[in-house]
Every structure is written in C-alpha cells, then in structure tokens.
Design a protein around this ligand. Sequence first.
Ligand code: BES
Ligand code: MN
Ligand code: ZN
Length: 494
Amino acid sequence: MVKVKLTTKVDSDILVVGLTKVNNKLQIESNGAQLESVSLLATLTAIGATAKADEVIKLPGKNTKLVIFTGLGDGSSNLNAETLRRAAGAAARELHGHKMATFALPHKSVVELSAIAEGAALGAYTFTEFLGNTKAEQKAPLGSVSVYSKFTETAQAKAAAKRAEIIAEQTFLVRDLINTPPSHLTPDSFSQRLKKLSSKYGVKAEIITDSALKKSGFGGIIAVGQGSANPPRLLHVTYSPAKAKKRYAFVGKGITFDTGGLALKPANGMEAMKSDMSGAAAVIGAVFAIAQLKLPIAVDGWAPLAENMVSDNATRPSDVITIYGGKTVEVLNPDAEGRLVLADALVKAAEVGKKSGGLDGIIDVATLTGAQVVALGTRTSAVMTNNEEFSSQFLLAAEIAGESFWPMPLPVELRASLDSPVADLANIGDRMGGMLVAGLFLKEFIDPQTPWLHLDIAGPAYNEKNAHGYTPVGGTGIGLRSLVQLAELASSQS
Ligand code: BES
Ligand code: MN
Ligand code: ZN
C-alpha cells in the first residue's frame, strides 16, 4: 500500500519534475523546487527530449541522486488535472524498486494537487504475487509519495493526500483481483476475500451460496455457474452511514472466467477473460472507498459471481431459465452470460433497495460486450441510461475523476430483436449494435422509476497493450474512481 504525504522541502533522493515545451523550447516545471536547471536543460535538449505525455527521462542530479522528468506536453497554461495525474503516474511507474520520491509538479489549486497525488499513487503499482522473491523485489512498487506543494497546511490539501491513499488502496485491490488467475480466484474465494476485508472498513458483507441461490430462484447466476466445479456466489456488501443523504446500489459483473460456455470462445485471446469480473471488483472496491472516506451516502454493492465453463452440466443453447423475480429467458448463446447474472442481481438489488427506503440510483458495471470495444476502443467506456439527468451527473463525475466515459443510446427499435417464441426474452438479439442490445436486455429488469446507469467497460477494464500514465498492463481499475466521485458529488449537494 502506497503512502502519500505533502512536503515543502525536497525530502528524498529522487525528485520528479515536469517538462514542457513552450515556443519549441524545453522548460522545466518544478513548482518552485530548487534544481540545477541550466545544465539539466542542456542535457535534455542534447538527448532530444520531447516533453510529450508518457515521456519519462531519468538523469543524475546534484542536489538529489536522481531527477526524473515527466512530459506535460505543450505549454503549462493549458495543464489540466488529468494531464498532471497521468504525468505523475508515468513517473511513478518508472520508479519501481525505489522506496520514496518527491513529486514537484506545477499546480495552482488543491484540485490539481489532488490529481498529482492520485496519479503518483496510482502509478505505484505492480502485481508480483506469483513471482519468485528476486523478481518480486526488483518489481516492488514505489512505497512512498511525497508531493511538493505550498498548500501543505490546509485541511483540504491534507484530505487530498489521504484520499489519494484510499483511492490507490482500493484501485490496487481491484487490479489485484483482475490480475489474479482463475486458478486462484473463484466465485467462492472472491467473496471470502472481500468479506474478510469488509470488516476492516466497517462494511457489512453477506455471501449467498449456490444452494441458497437455487432455493431463492436466481436462475441466471445458477445457469451461468452450473457448468463449473467452482460453484457460483452472490456477494452483497453494505455501507450504511447514519443520516445518509442518498442511497445507491452498485452491481458488478463477476465472471471469474468466461470460456463462452458451449459457445466456446477461440483459444486465442481467451486468457484475457480472467478479467471478466472487473465490474464486480470495481463496485466492491468503490463501496470500500466510499466507506473509508466516510461519505454520507449509503451504498449496496452486489457481485453476482460465476465461472462460465463447458461441461455436461453447462447450460445449452435453447435452455430456458427463470431470472429472480420470474421473467423467463431463452439462452440462445451461453457466451452472452453477463446479462444473465446481472439480471438476477439487478432485480435483487432493487428489492433490497426498496426495503431500505428506496434507491436514488442503480448502476451496473460490466465487461459486457465485444461490441463496446469495437465502438469505443480500449480507453473509453460506455454509459447507457433510463435517466438523462443521472447520466449527466455521472459523466461529470467521470470527467473530474479522469475516466473516459461516453453516452450511448438504447434505441427502442432494437428491443424486438430480443423477442423469443418460447420465453419472455432471448439472451441475444441483433448482432449490429450489440452493446446497445445488451443494454436493452438489462433494461427489462429495471424499474423505470429508478434512475439507472449501465456502464460497459469491456475495453478499458483490462490493458493488453503498453502501460501509460498511471495505467499499468493488466487490470486497470476503471470505474471505481467515477463511482466514488459520483458519491462525493452527491455528498456535497443539499
Ligand atoms: N465477456 C464477454 C465480453 C468481452 C469481450 C469483454 C471482449 C471484454 C473483451 C461477454 O461475456 C461476451 O462474450 N459477449 C458476447 C456477447 C454476444 C454473444 C452477444 C460478445 O460480445 O461477443
Ligand atoms: Mn461471454
Ligand atoms: Zn463475459
């Protein structure tokens, strides 16, 4: 777990500063921290530094052992919080194996300071659980971040440092869960691990086992999990502060491995399907963070967990199942499994929400469709909704958090493609617009009166390309920060 503090002195032997290019000339941006800039600038020019985002250059220093230059792009006037967050993260990623570094990046407000602290902390991540000792030590992430700032004495600045630690701690949990292979992460071990953690944060947790799920009629979770030797679970966590201003339910897709079932996926690329529980990890991590931040917002987190496998018990194409609450679904394609487990959990979340006084919003988070990746790529996630106001509020939160989300429609004319001759609904419809069809399927299980968001994070949840900014290879943790920021926005409203 990375530590974050504020400082008015360069308090370590590694100094991180910004590099920009103004009127085609390199410029060092150190927020006023002293360094031997003339000789360093000459060296940087000589080696052809560009100051572009994700460029990180390490040089030996005089006052400190190392000076790390992180690219801020062109000109410092248009610096935004996300540019700073990414630049800090890119530098932190280059500091694996070191104990501590001082980040002296330019900032004019506590919002920007907060972004620097968060980015540096988020970059200080590696996944070493399955490496031998020597390799793990070499890859040990930066342990402590010190942010050089003149705002150190203000309460907001101190809160920002603490918040960065919390966001990083929970994002690392999400990334760890995503990166953990299915040999070591099953529906049961996922729920046990998080239940154990929940007590630490003052969050209640209950695990609904496969036998209880069967008895209560969770036909979606059972159908998806029945082909696996690792039985399904439904994990429910609750953070319920006294005098909560709002109550939300977060529901995350928790497929610990998606083979596609009898609609078996091709071997090539199937390994990435260990990340098919990213939504579940993100929503539980978000509840933990909201609890640690003591926000006056009640949240239920729901993680329907199953392993989608091939076996003589696996759900067949043409099987008809009954979702919790009674709607029947013809399973035409067992690889469209996420919507089945989510349907059960969404209905249950609404039922429980109603009992505790009604939900102000319900949000599902899922690596739901390949179509999402085709439409928006690997860095932008999709938002679908039944409530434009709620969606706008979320998009504002995502913007502040530095997570890229884009609104997508739920066109009524696509709904008919989900009609089934034998059941209330089929689990697949038109292939074209597959992301929207999946959203329309989920919408069938939502009370139209309750503001609802469906977040399809299929592309951004798992980074199979190079690391960038504060984003590592593998699990990214996408979704968590926007959910936490949404709760923070709701906390500050009357
Ligand atoms: N987990 C996949 C979606 C996915 C694909 C996530 C790529 C991340 C990267 C999901 O369960 C799935 O298989 N969806 C199918 C749905 C189809 C059968 C309607 C898809 O997108 O192909
Ligand atoms: Mn699938
Ligand atoms: Zn899936």
